[in-house]
Design a protein around this ligand. Structure first.
Ligand code: SER
Length: 891
């Protein structure tokens, strides 16, 4: 499974265990493909993020698991686990039996006896309560759960704390590592904490590949390259070949040596090695996790998964700041190491590296600004004698400056300051409460509750075959909260109305395709359907709209009529979306993956992963290929088959269809040649043959974030309308420009050139006129100096300066102030010849004038300009400035 859970899994942000995909089987909601399964599953957990860098914790890890869906149970799995761990290689791992400890749930005597039975002495079996020996898919939340038994490996009494009473699970001194968790998954916990039995007794086990590796190295006395080694301390998860090549890359980039277990006589102090090595481990772990997340389609962002990825990258950069922050280069080693087993990291390597680099650049900018502010704030706290950073301030740094809370915490702790976590939580809550999405969620849950009370059957959808169908009114809802038996015009006028019927041809919004519109009719009445939506995930469909005439009662027979013209447009756009998707993969590469889509009657929008902007040629090529497929009039072929079969046939799939026994595959195919241009798992409505699409015109290609592009297009009717409108525009242009369409471009270019030439000419003339005007302006004399203070006519500031320059050229010693009304505002320029500039600086003169006219100005002593706000004050302003000049020159 992807690290991104399927869309119908609403309780999880990331795949956090191998059992996630077993949930529907354990709950009896779907038939398992087999009752015994094993897997190696990519997992991501942030619960231990602050432990990362120690010997045993990861955010991303590979979980080894086996599962029984109502098949084997305790009596089988316990001896099997023992066998796998302790039997000599190659049958088992060959771990030393005397090093295995286990823990069991308080009263689980059966598990206890079974462990005794395989030969573990009583003193190495520890009983523990729910805090340690119970596993929940979501701690404190809804999901499958059950008591467990955990298997630990003992590195030896001389390791770790040395306390003779040391034992798992609570001692994490380094002596023990938990290898494997066997969960007896027998219960389901509800939101409210109550538990009920699952339909079957299941087993879910999870072992960490990274930890198994460290036990193996120790047991065998070998290093990651298989060479004999005497370990002075137990190997960490970083000492195996899962991490060493990544650390080697970090060593190479940073020119620093990683060696967590340097001999003590090494010149660098133990503490500094530990810190630096820890930083290197965090870099390796976080970059590995970020790489895997991006490869599965997570993009850095400000909420949800994106914010977790962002936090991970930012932590890596923060810790790596003394080592290296070139996460892109580190990711290359991750990709090389992982590609043989997780090929998607290789397929999306460019994307991964680009996203890391972009995010790095962005964070560097954020860091610079944020660090200055945060340090100033911390200094302020210290100078006031405080030791706590207020929670709302910490939240400000996160929300406004993008500083993850743990960075703020770490930076603050470094300076001896604690963050007020409770206050931070409160600030966060307040923020959530005001955001409208939170309110929407509440309204939505109330609506779902109301529907749940109605206990409706799933609506029968017949819209693939027909656009008209009879049915019966099953329920009428007002404002999502009130159930009514009869919908009268009075009620309908003042409320938001939803109608549920037993059978409908209306497609409910889903898979990017908008809900159908149309009407529901009955003798004497009509309800206009403006939108069609699913209610929750039980298959109930709500028709949302307004009552136009008559009254409608629960139980009434009705006929649903979808607006065929709109539906036809939507189908064209949906089929075109599939064709474009395939054309993009065909021409740009198979790294192109759908990231979202919107299919409406008017247009389609398709978001996909791709690094660069498409060139105009590429856009044209994709469009041309898509239109060729349209003209080839391929059959749109709908098939129902098993998910596995669909995948094996190469259908493009997205998680979520996965749990259905049978999936719907939409192919655009040449049936005679058995060749499909496109096939995708899809529940949408489509045309019967590609020719019905008519034409596809790509109307836009834009960026919607790092490594994500968006294509917009129109088809059929909208394409024809667009062509017509463009033709009409061209026709009008042709008439206006008096040029045939083919010559319009040349004509416009010639006009632009002509315009530029005229503009230049006009400027020359204006300048000449200004100079001439300046000749007629008289000066008064103060001693040797000519004083000119004058209101003139000028169209632009340039022209005004031009007049000033002309005047300056005609006087040997002068101070000049000119004012004009330009664009309804007073404007001034002042100029002084060098001999006057000291005594009477132009800057001061212009400022005096401009301020008197309600504005401001300034500049060099020899030349300055300014502007005011009130044109009626122009003359007074000039007079005031003249007074200033006279004072200065006569002083
Ligand atoms: N679900 C359990 C765990 O994650 C065992 O697989 O630890």
């Amino acid at each position: 499974s992807s690290l991104i859970p399927p869309p119908d899994e609403r309780t999880l942000l990331f795949s956090n265990a191998g059992m996630n995909q077993m949930k529907p089987y354990f709950m009896g909601l779907a038939e398992a493909p087999s009752r015994r399964m094993t897997s190696i599953q990519k997992c991501f957990r942030t619960s231990d993020i602050e432990e990362v860098g120690d010997a045993t914790h990861c955010t991303f890890f590979e979980m080894l698991g086996n599962f029984s869906v109502g098949d084997y149970f305790k009596a089988e799995i316990i001896p099997w686990a023992w066998e796998l761990l302790t039997e000599p290689q190659p049958k088992g791992m060959g771990l030393d039996k005397s090093r295995i400890w286990t823990t069991v749930f308080l009263d689980d005597d059966e598990a206890y006896d079974l462990w005794r039975g395989v030969g573990i002495p009583a003193e190495r079996i520890v009983r523990f309560d729910e805090s340690e020996n119970y596993w929940f898919m979501i701690k404190g939340g809804a999901g499958p759960c059950g008591p467990n038994t955990e298997i630990y490996y003992d590195f030896g009494a001389d390791q770790g704390c040395g306390d003779p009473g040391c034992s798992p699970p609570t001692h994490d001194c380094g002596r023990f590592v938990e290898l494997w968790n066997l969960v007896f998954m027998t219960l389901y916990q509800d939101e409210d904490g109550s538990r009920r039995p699952l339909p079957m007794r299941n087993v879910d086990t999870g072992g960490g590949l990274e930890r198994w590796t460290s036990a193996h190295l120790w047991q065998e006395g070998i290093d990651w390259q298989g060479k004999k080694t005497t370990w002075a301390q137990p190997p960490t998860i970083y000492d195996g070949d899962l991490f060493r090549p990544i650390l080697a890359q970090i060593e190479w980039i940073s020119d620093l040596k990683y060696d967590a277990h340097q001999p003590a006589e090494h010149t660098i102090t133990r503490a500094s090695i530990d810190m630096r090595d820890k930083a290197m481990r965090i870099l390796a772990e976080h970059t590995r996790a970020a790489t895997l997340l991006i490869a599965d389609g997570v993009m850095p962002g400000n909420d949800g998964r994106g914010s977790v990825l962002r936090r991970l990258i930012r932590r890596a950069m923060y810790f790596g700041s003394g080592v290296t922050t070139d996460l892109g280069l580190i990711a290359e080693a991750v990709i090389e190491r992982m590609a043989p087993v997780i090929p998607e990291v290789k397929e999306r390597s460019d994307l991964v590296i680009q996203v890391l680099r972009d995010e790095e650049r962005r964070f560097n900018e954020t860091m610079q600004r944020g660090m200055v502010e945060l340090n100033a704030e911390l200094s302020h706290v210290l100078s006031e004698g405080g030791a706590t950073l207020q929670g709302d301030r910490a939240f400000y740094f996160e929300a406004t400056l993008g500083f993850p809370i743990e960075l703020t915490r770490e930076i603050a702790t470094d300076r001896g300051i604690l963050v007020d976590d409770a206050g931070y939580e409160r600030a966060m809550e307040r923020h959530r409460a005001v955001s409208s999405s939170a309110q929407r969620f509440d309204a939505d849950s109330e609506r779902l509750q109301t529907y749940a009370e109605l206990g409706l059957h799933a609506t029968e959808f017949v819209g693939y075959e027909t656009t008209r169908a009879f049915g019966q009114v099953a329920a009428i809802l007002l404002d999502g909260t009130t159930i009514v038996r009869e919908l009268t015009p009075q009620l309908a006028a003042s409320h938001h109305v939803e109608v549920v019927v037993t059978q409908t041809p209306f497609y409910a919004e889903g898979g990017g395709q908008v809900g159908d519109r149309g009407e529901i009719v009955w003798p004497g009445g009509r309800f206009v359907v403006e939108d069609t939506q699913h209610v929750g995930d039980g298959g109930v469909v709500a028709h949302i709209g307004r009552l136009e005439s008559g009254t409608l009662s629960a139980g009434d027979p009705i006929e649903g009529r979808v607006d065929e013209s709109l539906r036809g447009d939507t189908m064209r756009n949906h089929t075109a979306t599939h064709i474009l998707h395939a054309a993009l993969r065909n021409l740009l590469g198979t790294h192109v993956r759908q990231a979202g889509s919107l299919v409406t009657p008017d247009r389609l929008r398709f978001d996909f992963t791709h690094l660069e902007a498409m060139t105009p040629e590429q856009i044209r090529e994709v469009e041309a290929l898509a239109n060729r497929v349209v003209r080839d009039n391929l059959t749109v072929h709908i098939e129902h088959k098993s998910y596995e079969e669909a995948l094996a046939d190469g259908a493009l799939a997205f998680f979520g269809d996965k749990y259905a026994d049978v999936v719907r595959v939409v192919g655009v195919c040449d049936l005679e040649l058995h060749d499909c241009f496109s096939h995708e798992l899809c529940g949408g409505t489509h045309v019967h043959a590609s020719g019905e699409v008519g034409a596809i015109i790509i109307t836009g290609e834009t960026s919607i974030g790092a490594g994500m592009r968006r294509i917009e297009a129109v088809t059929g009717r909208a394409a024809a309308e667009r062509l017509r409108a463009d033709e009409d525009t061209i026709g009008r242009l042709s008439t206006t420009l008096m040029a045939p369409p083919a010559e319009i471009e040349a004509k416009v270019a010639a006009l632009r050139e002509e315009n530029a030439r005229l503009h230049r000419q006009l400027q020359t003339l204006e300048r000449r006129a200004a100079r001439e005007a300046s000749q007629t302006i008289a000066a008064t004399q103060i001693g040797e100096t000519s004083v000119v203070v004058e209101r003139v006519e000028a169209a632009t500031a340039d022209a005004l300066r031009e007049v000033g320059d002309g005047l300056k050229a005609t006087h040997k010693s002068a101070i000049i102030l000119l004012g004009a009304v330009i664009d309804d505002k007073p404007a001034f320029v002042a100029m002084s010849t060098p001999d006057v500039a000291k005594r009477c600086p132009a800057g001061e003169v212009v400022r005096a004038a401009a301020q008197a006219a309600g504005g401001n100005g300034g500049g060099r002593p020899e030349s300055a300009q300014g502007g005011g706000t009130d044109p009626s004050k122009l003359d007074a302003a000039l007079a005031a400035a003249r007074k200033l000049i006279e004072e200065k020159l006569t002083a």
